[in-house]
Ligand binder design. Structure first.
Ligand SMILES: O=P(O)(O)OC[C@H]1O[C@](O)(CO)[C@@H](O)[C@@H]1O
Length: 407
């Protein structure tokens, strides 16, 4: 029997909070957010007033109070009045982590005048980090473009699809809110084939490849996460789906404004394509040209929507967006923050069946996510015990991934 509902099938547990000392959410509030804001100040040429606005946000952590947004001309102000209402007047440390984090990124834009007519309107405070991270991964992009062009000319569609799914997963290891592009972390775009499979905790790739094998000229969607190497990997998968005839159209759902440092907007797709097209390596430029052709022919379509930058769980998706996504045969949900929203950022037991939570999703979906928050579903009990023994940081270090399919 098909279960039809707009909500998870199980009672929803309470959300992840930030007050628990030692939790990743607490470290995020106390250490990571101030670092992110200081970096925005260093990397931009903002006015003294804007710098003061940004400094003031840092001073609010952790005991400052959640307040309404100022009338900064954002098209999302009315929606935000509703999101903030339940938490108004409460301390940052006492409100749910997901709400606080999304509110923080909106407050940064209020502080920098992103929506306000004036000198800094439309300036992406994270632009320089995004573009230097893209430059840094050019060698990986060159190596991968050669491979992708081979996939496109090969008859082995199943093998190609599986390889590209792994790339699209591990591309999510790079995330500038966690690992700034100049961090001494080694090259996170390096994808080693042995760790590709060994570190995947749930791997539904075979089921997805079977599903894709049955498609001809369908619609496929991506709820996109980071710009840079991850977006490049997503573009490679989209290119393959279109070229192989699997998809007639691929839709990319992007953020309407800067978010979580490295999240991709439509302008980041445009920038990536122009970097690819202008690269001196012919494998890279031909891939860039092909992707641009897909855009020109309306086969690769980029959309944005304020729902993607809201603090709501995905089961509160507005009806029009739900109807739109419902036309898709398969939706790739990319990255950690989107995974948190899929699960409502709640404290599910790690062994809760994934399907029992995400059954509300409007179309078959695949989550491709490396773990960067203390939330997950769909594991086996012995897996959790084993991971706790082997790698105490397994939930947050980005070294482990899931490819979880819900039909
Ligand atoms: O780019 P991603 O994969 O969505 O990750 C965003 C990161 O920011 C966080 O929200 C923490 O600040 C994590 O959940 C996640 O690691």
């Amino acid at each position: 029997m098909k279960f039809l509902s707009n909500e998870p099938r199980l009672p929803v547990p309470s959300p992840l909070m930030m007050w628990e000392e030692g939790s990743f959410a607490n470290v995020t509030l106390i250490d990571r957010w101030p670092t992110i804001i200081r970096r925005v100040i260093e990397e931009n040429d903002f006015s003294p007033l804007i710098i003061e606005n940004l400094d003031n946000i840092v001073r609010e952590f952790p005991n400052g109070i959640v307040r309404s947004l100022k009338g900064d001309h954002g098209a999302d102000l009315e929606a935000w009045a509703g999101y903030i209402e339940p938490w108004l007047g409460q301390r940052w440390i006492d409100v749910p982590w997901l709400f606080a984090e999304v509110y923080l990124y909106r407050r940064i834009l209020e502080a920098t005048g992103y929506f306000t007519p004036g000198n800094f309107q439309g300036i992406d405070p994270f632009a320089s980090q995004k573009s230097s991270s893209l430059v840094k991964v050019i060698p990986s992009i060159q190596a991968m473009s050669t491979q992708v062009n081979r996939f496109v000319n090969s008859q082995e569609n199943r093998v190609s699809a599986i390889a590209l799914l792994y790339f699209a997963l591990w591309g999510n290891r790079i995330d500038l809110s966690m690992w700034p592009e100049d961090a001494e972390e080694g090259d996170r775009s390096r994808i080693e084939s042995d760790s590709q499979q060994a570190n995947i905790l749930v791997d539904d790739t075979a089921k997805i490849a079977d599903k894709i094998a049955g498609f001809r000229g369908v619609r496929i969607d991506f709820i996109i996460d980071n710009a840079g190497f991850e977006l490049f990997c997503d573009l490679c998968l989209a290119d393959f789906l279109i070229d192989s005839g699997v998809a007639e159209r691929v839709y990319f759902h992007l953020k309407p404004h800067p978010f979580f440092v490295s999240d991709a907007m439509i302008k980041d797709v445009d920038l990536t394509l122009s970097v690819l097209m202008n690269n001196s390596n012919s494998d890279v430029s031909s891939l860039g040209n092909r992707l641009t052709e897909h855009i020109n022919q309306n086969r690769l379509i980029c959309r944005d929507d304020f729902f993607w930058t809201s603090p709501l769980p995905f089961w509160e998706m507005p009806e029009d967006l739900r109807g739109e996504l419902g036309q898709s045969e398969l939706i790739f949900v990319k990255g950690d923050a989107n995974y948190r929203r899929l699960l409502g950022d709640c404290q599910w037991s790690f062994t809760t069946p994934f399907e029992d939570i995400v059954c509300y999703f409007p179309a078959p979906m695949v989550s491709l996510r490396t773990l960067k928050a203390e939330i997950i579903a769909g594991l086996q009990e012995n897996q959790v015990e084993d991971l706790n023994r082997r790698d105490p940081q397994w939930l947050i270090n980005g070294e482990w991934g899931v490819i979880q399919f819900s039909d």
